[in-house]
Design a protein around this ligand. Structure first.
Ligand code: ASP
Length: 337
C-alpha cells in the first residue's frame, strides 16, 4: 500500500510532462528547373556550401538556447548576402533593370508579423521586416515609406546597383526576349529557373516557439510595382505555434491566390494532418492549376519537412539527428526525415 501511494505522485508528474519537441531548422534557396545537366560540379558545391553555412548558423543559435526568431533571421541573412540566391545581393532584375525586394517574418507564439515590399536600398530586407514587426505598430510597409523606416532604424542601406549581377542580367534579357512575343501583356514565362529563387527558413526553439522568415527579389522582369507572395502573410510565409511554420518559393501569384503557407498550417490544425502530408497535398494541388514551387515546414513537434513540384529546390535541414543538404528532386526524401 505504502508503495502504491508513493507511486501515484510520480506517475502523475510523468504523465503531465509532455515530451519536449527537439529544436530544428529547415531552409530553402528557391525552387525551379534545377537539374544536374545545367549545373557544373563547382556550382553545385558552391550552393551546398552556402546552404550548409546558413543551416549550421541557424542551428547553432537554437542549440545554444536562442530563439527560433533569431535562428531564421541569421540563416536568411547568410543567403541574402550571397549572390547565388534571388534575395538580397542576388536579387533578380525588374523590367526597368532595377531591383525591388520583398521580405516577411513571423513568430508562432503570438502570430506577430512584419513584412516589406518593393524596397530598393536595404541590404538585408529580412532585418527591415523584423524591424517592422518589433518596432512599428504595422505589419507591412512598402516602397519609399519602408525605406524611410529603414533609415530611421539605422539599417544598412546600399545603392540599388549593389544588387547587380551578370547572371541575373542575362536572365532579364531572356525574359524580355520571351515577352516580346506578347507585348501587350505581363506574360507569365514558364521557365522558373531564371524567373525565381527566394530564400527562407523555418525553425522551432527549445521553448517550442516556431518562426518563419522569407526574402526575395521577386520574379525576373516584374513591373508596375508588382508585389509577390512573400510579404503577403499566409501566402509565402506563416508561423503559428498551434500547427506549423512555412516558408515558400515559387510562382508568387499562385501562392497568393491559394494562401499556400496558411493553408498548409490550417490542414494540420483543423484536419489533423501531419505537416509533411499537408505540404505534399497543397503543393500537388498547386501544380494542378499551373503553380510551380515548393515549401519548407516545421511543425510544433519538431518534424522538419519539405515539398516541391519542380525539378529541384535548394534546401537543407538540421536537428539532433544531423544535417541534410539537397538540391535535386531525385534526392528527395519526401518527408524530409
Ligand atoms: N515567390 C517569389 C515571388 O513570386 C519568387 C520566388 O520564390 O522565387 O515573388
Amino acid at each position: 500500500m505504502k508503495h502504491l501511494l508513493l507511486a501515484i505522485p510520480l506517475f502523475l508528474s510523468v504523465s503531465v510532462t509532455a515530451a519536449k519537441a527537439p529544436v530544428g531548422i529547415v531552409i530553402h534557396g528557391g525552387a525551379g528547373t534545377i537539374d544536374r545537366v545545367n549545373m557544373t560540379e563547382a556550382q553545385r558545391r558552391n550552393y551546398e556550401a552556402t546552404l550548409t553555412l546558413a543551416v549550421n548558423k541557424g542551428y547553432q543559435v537554437l542549440a545554444s538556447g536562442g530563439s527560433s526568431l533569431d535562428a531564421v533571421t541569421q540563416a536568411v541573412i547568410i543567403m541574402e548576402d550571397s549572390p547565388l540566391f534571388n534575395a538580397g545581393k542576388g536579387a533578380v532584375y525588374t523590367w526597368d533593370e532595377t531591383h525591388e525586394l520583398d521580405a516577411a517574418i513571423m513568430t508562432g507564439q503570438d502570430r506577430n508579423a512584419g513584412a516589406v515590399a518593393s524596397v530598393t536600398n536595404v541590404k538585408n530586407p529580412i532585418l527591415l521586416a523584423r524591424a517592422v514587426m518589433e518596432h512599428s505598430e504595422h505589419v507591412m510597409l512598402t516602397g519609399s515609406g519602408a525605406e524611410q523606416f529603414a533609415a530611421a532604424r539605422q539599417l544598412e542601406l546600399v545603392d540599388n546597383a549593389y544588387f547587380n549581377t551578370q547572371f541575373r542580367f542575362e536572365a532579364l534579357k531572356k525574359a524580355k526576349q520571351a515577352e516580346q512575343r506578347l507585348p501587350h501583356q505581363a506574360a507569365i514565362i514558364p521557365d522558373p529557373n531564371w524567373k525565381m529563387g527566394t530564400v527562407g527558413a523555418v525553425a522551432i526553439d527549445n521553448n517550442g516557439n516556431l518562426a518563419a522568415a522569407t526574402s526575395t527579389g521577386g520574379m525576373t522582369a516584374k513591373r508596375w510595382g508588382r508585389v509577390g507572395d512573400v510579404p503577403v502573410i499566409g501566402a509565402g510565409n506563416f508561423a503559428d505555434n498551434s500547427s506549423c511554420a512555412v516558408s515558400g518559393t515559387g510562382h508568387g501569384e499562385y501562392f497568393i491566390r491559394y494562401n499556400v503557407a496558411a493553408d498548409i498550417c490550417a490542414r494540420v490544425k483543423y484536419q489533423g494532418k501531419t505537416a509533411a502530408a499537408a505540404a505534399e497535398e497543397v503543393i500537388a494541388e498547386l501544380l494542378q492549376i499551373g503553380g510551380t514551387g515548393g515549401v519548407i515546414v516545421v511543425d510544433n513537434e519538431g518534424e522538419l519537412s519539405w515539398a516541391f513540384n519542380t525539378q529541384g529546390m535548394y534546401r537543407a535541414k538540421q536537428n539532433h539527428t544531423g544535417t541534410v543538404v539537397e538540391i535535386f528532386a531525385d534526392q528527395n526524401e519526401k518527408t524530409g526525415n
